[in-house]
Design a protein. Structure first.
Length: 492
């Protein structure tokens, strides 16, 4: 059983309380933490949004949300009822003046609580909500503000948001969420690398041939077409989630696990990322957009039809890139990354491909010689697999074949893997910012993404179409095969 240490009593105000994120992720995450006894009974979760609604109506909405998004086996009726009793609601206009007195009065009932303000709203409101919190005297030492992505759509807008929030909250009280950092296996990367000498010693250009990071999704843009079409895969996934994974893979050992030590090391990786110039863009990047096809055996329409028939959109729903980290450790080791919607599998994994042995003592006909490969599966079926060459059993001479040392975390630990938001929300209450992004990280990542977005914008050709249910445009396969390598593809 995992050890669960209760956090301090808190009042968590969720702005955007009727939105999708609250319904799908935040309420289920808080429910699980409550059910496991981590949330003290004096805590409150206060929904805030513009809609006029009673606290009871909000509880009913929350009950429906939990029934939809928490598996029935985990919905224990008495726990559910008790959890809902901790919910409250105020109608507040984040951009205007209405409702703030009511919120102030509610919070004044328990002045000593830790106070996370979770902004699950459009980023356009971050500045005005923070100003209002300050004007109404609602920011104290125990307050924290949680910012959901996207933090801007380029460096300029990210800076504007960071400036507006930074005017009223000190950096230590700002928690910028990248939910990939809350995934158990992503955190496990730190354990794998820095608690095991065998891997860390091999983590260099001398031994590693290249690294692949794949984050595939089967879903399309669902109900988010409006947002997605102004964003695209580079802004939505690469600038944050994939770059964060790359940082954890590539960074040096932090001095300690404290927030700034870890973030200092990630920042160095981001700074070492080679900018993609207009000159390189053709050879090291591929943009795709899904066309009609089939996913999980079911026919699905293309991206433009998902937008309602918009035929001009040049938004990319798939990206493959060959990246370089310009540092002593990684010189000459490419990082191939790809992500997309409507791919054949929901799959996130990091593959570390080691170099081939320099010389073989085995006769050529004895085996297909495979260099070792470490596959870190982030989802689904979290685990680690190391592919090693072994002797084919039996008396028939010396034949080799690849075999796997395979650890499935769920099978090993026999417990549910918590959703990323569970961990991250409790870290906010604890004031532990290790798994959150610091301002400089976000801005350096945007500066890098901006140069690529500009190079793409200057090109005449649109993203390449790929059939839904495929691994992206064939150019993405060519991107890696040109270098004599292939994407790791495995059906789970
Ligand atoms: C979000 C993106 O940040 O991550 C979504 O905005 C994407 O477009 C989602 O679907 C993927 O998260 P996960 O945890 O399902 O891999």
């Amino acid at each position: 059983m995992a050890t669960i240490i209760p956090v301090a009593s808190f009042d968590c105000v969720v702005f955007g309380a009727t939105g999708d994120l609250t319904t799908r992720k935040l309420l289920p995450a808080l429910y699980y933490r409550y059910k496991d006894g981590q949330i003290p009974g004096t805590s409150r979760i206060i929904g805030a949004s513009r809609s006029e609604m009673s606290a009871d109506a909000f509880r009913e909405r929350a009950r429906d949300a939990l029934k939809r998004f928490v598996p029935a086996r985990d919905l224990v009726e008495d726990k559910l009822g008790a959890f809902l009793d901790h919910l409250d609601y105020v109608a507040v206009d984040g951009a205007g003046d209405d409702g703030w007195e009511d919120l102030s009065a509610k919070l004044a009932e328990r002045p000593d609580q830790v106070r996370p303000y979770y902004l699950a709203t459009s980023p356009d409101l971050y500045g005005s909500i923070c100003r209002n919190l300050s004007v109404h005297g609602l920011i104290g030492e125990k307050s924290r503000v949680v910012l959901e992505k996207p933090i801007g759509k380029d460096l300029k807008s990210a800076r504007a948001i960071n400036d507006a929030v930074g005017e009223v909250f000190p950096e230590e009280q700002i928690f910028r969420i990248d939910h990939y950092l809350g995934k158990e296996t992503v955190q496990n990367l730190l354990a794998l690398r820095f608690a095991n000498t065998i891997f860390e010693r091999l983590w260099t250009a001398d031994v590693i041939d290249h690294v692949q990071i794949t984050v595939g999704e089967t879903v399309g843009v669902e109900g988010r077409a409006g947002y997605y079409d102004t964003s695209g895969a580079l802004r939505d996934m690469v600038q944050n989630h994939l770059l964060q994974l790359l940082c954890l893979m590539a960074m040096e050992s932090p001095l300690t696990l404290d927030a700034n030590s870890v973030r200092d090391e990630k920042l160095k990786v981001l700074r070492a990322l080679k900018p993609i110039t207009p000159h390189d863009v053709q050879s090291v990047t591929v943009r795709g957009q899904y066309a009609a096809g089939a996913v999980d055996g079911k026919p699905v329409q293309g991206y433009r039809a998902d937008l309602g028939g918009e035929t001009e959109s040049r938004t990319e729903t798939f990206v493959a890139l060959k990246l370089e980290v310009q540092s002593w450790r990684w010189a000459g080791v490419p990082f191939y990354i790809r992500t997309g919607k409507r791919l054949p599998q929901k799959l996130s994994e990091i593959v570390v491909q080691f170099r081939a042995s320099p010389f073989s003592i085995f006769p050529a006909e004895s085996f297909g010689r495979e260099p070792n490969r470490l596959v870190i599966r982030l989802q689904p079926e979290e685990g680690i697999k190391l592919e090693v060459m072994t002797k084919d059993p039996g008396p028939g001479g010396m034949r080799l074949r690849p075999t796997n040392l395979d650890i499935s975390f769920e099978e090993t630990f026999k417990q549910r893997y918590p959703d990323a938001y569970e961990r991250l929300l409790m870290d906010v209450v604890r004031g532990n910012a290790t798994l959150f992004m610091r301002r400089d990280e976000v801005e350096v990542a945007w500066a890098w993404a901006d140069s690529l977005l500009k190079a793409w914008a200057d090109r005449p050709e649109p993203p390449r179409a790929y059939p839904a249910g495929s691994w992206g445009p064939t150019a993405a396969i060519a991107l890696i095969e040109r270098d004599g390598r292939t994407w790791h593809e495995e059906v789970h």
